[in-house]
Design a protein. Structure first.
Length: 288
C-alpha cells in the first residue's frame, strides 16, 4: 500500500512543532503519519530539508517559505503587506477588503502564529478594526501591539474589547488615559516626546518585554517606516493579480535620485493561491 504524501496540513503541523523548539517531535509526527521522517538542517540560513516520500506542491512551498523563519531563534522582525500589481493597497475611498485572496489570508495567519507579537499602527485599527488573531489555521494567538502615540484610537475597537489575545497599547506620555479599555489591555509608555519614537527603539522595547519575534502587519505607513529604518529581516509582499489604478500606495521610502541607490535585496517567489508571494530578504541574520 502506498504511504500518504507529505501534505499542507502535516507540513504546517511540523512547522509549528519546530517553532516550539521540538524538531524531534516534528520528525516523529511526520514518520508516524506517513512512514518517513522530515529531516531539517537547522544550521542553514535557507533551511534545507529532506523527506524520502512524496511531497505535495503546497507542502513543499510551505516548508521552503516558512522554515527559514522558525529555525532561527534570535530576534526576528518581519513585515507583511498585500497589494495590487500596480502597488496599491486600497482604493481612493480606502476600500481594501480583499485585495488578496483566501490563500493570502491563510499565509498571514500562519505568520501571526509564528511570532510573539503582531504590531499595527493606529490608522489600521481605526480604518479596518482588525482582530489580529489566528483563525484560518491552527496556532497560538500572538500578543497584539497597537502603536498609538497620541491615544486616538476609539475604545470600541475589537483589539481593545475582545479579550481573546493580550494587547499592548503603545502610547506617548502625553496621550490621555482611557479607563474603558478591556482588562486584557496593558498601557505601555513608549516615549516622553514625539521625537523619541523610532522603529529601532520600539523593537528594542518589545524585546525587553520578551517579544523578540515581531510581525509588522500594517498599515503601509508603519511597514514603510520600519523598512526605511533598516530594521526588518524579512518582507513578505503579497501581490494580487489586479490593477486598481489609483488609491493608497504601498511601500513609500526615502526618495533617491538614481537607481544605483535602490535596494536590491535577495528575493524568493512562491505561489499563494492566485497571488504571488515575494519573500524579500532585507538582511540575513539567520546564521549562528
Amino acid at each position: 500500500m502506498a504511504l500518504p504524501p507529505l501534505d499542507d496540513r502535516l507540513a504546517w503541523a511540523c512547522i509549528r512543532r519546530i517553532h516550539d523548539g521540538d524538531t524531534v517531535g516534528a520528525a516523529t509526527l511526520c514518520r508516524e503519519t506517513t512512514g518517513h521522517s522530515l529531516h531539517i538542517d537547522t544550521g542553514d540560513s535557507v533551511s534545507g530539508w529532506h523527506y524520502a516520500g512524496r511531497v505535495d506542491t503546497s507542502a513543499r512551498q510551505l516548508l521552503d517559505c516558512l522554515l527559514p523563519l522558525v529555525v532561527h531563534r534570535g530576534d526576528l522582525a518581519i513585515a507583511q503587506l498585500g497589494q495590487s500589481l500596480d502597488g496599491r493597497i486600497a482604493t481612493v475611498t480606502g476600500h481594501s477588503h480583499y485585495i488578496n485572496g483566501a490563500a493570502g489570508r491563510v499565509h498571514l495567519h500562519r505568520l501571526r502564529a509564528l511570532v510573539d507579537a503582531v504590531l499595527v499602527g493606529a490608522g489600521t485599527v481605526v480604518a479596518d478594526d482588525p482582530r489580529l488573531t489566528v483563525r484560518h489555521v491552527e496556532g497560538r494567538h500572538p500578543t497584539r501591539v497597537i502603536l498609538d502615540p497620541n491615544g486616538r484610537i476609539p475604545a470600541d475597537r475589537q483589539v481593545f474589547q475582545d479579550g481573546t489575545a493580550a494587547t499592548l497599547h503603545l502610547v506617548g506620555a502625553w496621550a490621555p488615559v482611557d479607563d474603558s479599555l478591556g482588562a486584557h489591555v496593558t498601557r505601555v509608555i513608549i516615549a516622553d516626546t514625539p521625537g523619541d519614537i523610532s522603529p529601532v527603539r520600539l523593537l528594542s522595547q518589545l524585546a525587553r518585554h520578551g517579544y523578540r519575534r515581531v510581525l509588522i502587519e500594517g498599515g503601509a505607513a508603519t511597514v514603510s517606516r520600519f523598512l526605511d529604518a533598516d530594521v526588518l529581516d524579512r518582507l513578505h509582499l503579497l501581490v494580487a493579480p489586479l490593477l486598481i489604478g489609483s488609491g493608497e500606495p504601498g511601500i513609500r521610502l526615502t526618495s533617491i535620485d538614481t537607481l544605483d541607490l535602490a535596494r536590491r535585496p535577495v528575493t524568493r517567489r512562491f505561489d499563494c493561491g492566485d497571488d504571488t508571494l515575494f519573500d524579500v530578504v532585507m538582511r540575513d541574520r539567520f546564521h549562528g
